[in-house]
Design a protein around this ligand. Structure first.
Ligand code: NAG
Ligand code: NAG
Length: 451
């Protein structure tokens, strides 16, 4: 009986010990980790000051929020994981019911003072409040970062460009023998992870995330930095539809306008309208591209050359219109002169007529030398008496003038004067020049964009 009671007691105590209850607070109490214990906060957590703190960093691109060419700003949203060692922290999980990890507020412990060189605006997104502490002193901190950074962009090939933006991360004050910085994963793993988690499907297609290490030296002190390079390619469709194609359409319209007749000034109005439409499109370009760039963007060349060609064609149209105007002016002058001569003649005739009625008719007809009309004049001369002949003669004059004017008009729209011929020749030569230049230029700029 005694023996049995002893056995039961042993079993009971065993159960009690195996059902020992542990809390995270026990671990904290063991470590003396409290909010007002400054031992964990004040200094770099090493027991021997010559030990460097090794910080491992992992960055994964989660989204490309914006790439602004005008201000040369790149805004990615990244997940950053920081892992470092705290030599002051360690416990045996076996003493704490197998607790291997605890989470504590991030303010309690020392943290690596990493900063991003390109960052131009502090991140105001809410921070993760806790960090993860492992029994062997490994601390893990996870952060979501919206990085507003500067990035030197090359817009030479806009909108068919690929941009590379760097995020350089390093310690603000700890140099290389105090803090080492290592990438947690290599380039290909980071790229693959980023591709998997990327959520945005915007203008930019993420291509690659590559990691490189670089030492930065000032006054014999070295800092270790990690450079994350984000490579992304622009999806050009929107800009092609919005910009390149409309300009090309306007160019085609301008080419087509060579088939509009020159005479009535409609062509001039049409060309001016097309030119104005292009200048509106140029305003859009002004919004997108940075004002300063070491190499002229191809799209600017594209616009300026097409604009210049259209301007040239407008000037050519003005010249041709001027020549045609001039031709008709010359004709009008000739016509006026002839009219004047004729009027003078007829005035003189009238004066003479008062003196000698009969001879005047013959005189007028001989002066005019209008052979086709001679028979009619003779007929009039023969058959009509002096009183009526004067009126008939005037009617005849008018008819002759009308016939001449009609001839002149027909000449104007037909074979034309020498200025009109010049205009036609200029038109033809310029059209060939225009087509050749446009096709040459377009192939040139296409190859330039493609390479
Ligand atoms: C915690 O502090 C107590 C005294 O306040 C000390 O006895 C104990 O050794 C400390 N524990 C550790 C792990 O430093
Ligand atoms: C930077 O310096 C550390 C320590 O001197 C060295 O181990 C490391 O190889 C250097 N890194 C580069 C990229 O030079």
């Amino acid at each position: 009986m005694m023996h049995l009671a002893f056995l039961i007691l042993i079993v009971l105590t065993d159960v009690a010990s195996s059902q020992k209850v542990c809390s995270y607070q026990d671990v904290l109490d063991y470590l003396n980790l409290t909010t007002d214990n400054s031992v964990f906060k004040l200094t770099r957590p090493v027991l021997d000051y010559t030990h460097p703190t090794i910080v491992q960093l992992d960055i994964i691109l989660y989204a490309i929020l914006a790439v602004i060419e005008k201000t040369q700003t790149f805004i990615p949203f990244v997940w950053a994981t920081l892992i470092w060692n705290n030599e002051r922290i360690s416990w045996d999980p076996a003493h704490f019911c197998g607790i291997t990890h605890i989470t504590i507020p991030r303010e309690i412990l020392w943290k690596p003072d990493l900063f991003i060189y390109e960052m131009i605006q502090t991140d105001d997104s809410p921070q993760n409040a806790y960090i993860y502490v492992s029994y062997d002193g490994i601390i893990t901190s996870e952060e979501d970062l919206k990085i507003v950074s500067t990035c030197k962009m090359d817009v030479h090939k806009f909108p068919f460009d690929t941009q590379k933006c760097n995020i350089t991360i390093g310690s603000a004050i700890h140099c290389v023998n105090e803090m080492r910085l290592l990438p947690f994963s290599n380039s290909s793993r980071a790229t693959q992870f980023s591709r998997e988690v990327m959520k945005t499907q915007g203008e930019w297609e993420f291509l690659q995330l590559s990691i490189s290490k670089v030492n930065f030296t000032i006054e014999n002190r070295q800092w270790e930095n990690l450079i994350y390079t984000f490579t992304m390619k622009r999806r050009p469709l929107l800009h092609v539809i919005n910009f390149l194609l409309p300009i090309l359409f306007f160019l085609t319209l301008d080419l087509a306008s060579f088939f509009i007749a020159d005479h009535r000034g409609e062509k001039l109005g049409f060309k001016v309208t097309v030119l104005l439409a292009i200048s509106v499109l140029l305003l859009i370009l002004n919004d997108i591209l940075p004002s300063m760039s070491n190499k002229t963007p191809l799209i600017a060349t594209y616009c300026i050359v097409i604009f210049a060609l259209m301007l040239l064609s407008l000037l050519e149209t003005i010249l041709v219109t001027y020549l045609i105007e001039k031709d008709s002016q010359v004709k009008l002058k000739v016509k006026d002169k002839k009219k004047k001569v004729k009027r003078d003649n007829s005035d003189a005739d009238l004066r003479r007529q008062r003196q000698t009625c009969c001879s005047c008719i013959c005189k007028v007809s001989s002066e005019e030398k209008q052979h086709e009309l001679l028979p009619a004049v003779e007929e009039v001369n023969n058959s009509v008496h002096t009183g009526e002949s004067h009126v008939l003669l005037l009617i005849l004059e008018e008819l002759k003038e009308l016939k001449k004017a009609l001839n002149l008009h027909l000449c104007g729209s037909g074979e034309g004067g020498k200025y009109v011929q010049w205009a036609a020749r200029i038109n033809r030569v310029f059209f060939i020049f225009y087509v050749v230049t446009v096709s040459l230029f377009l192939t040139l700029i296409y190859t330039e964009w493609n390479t």
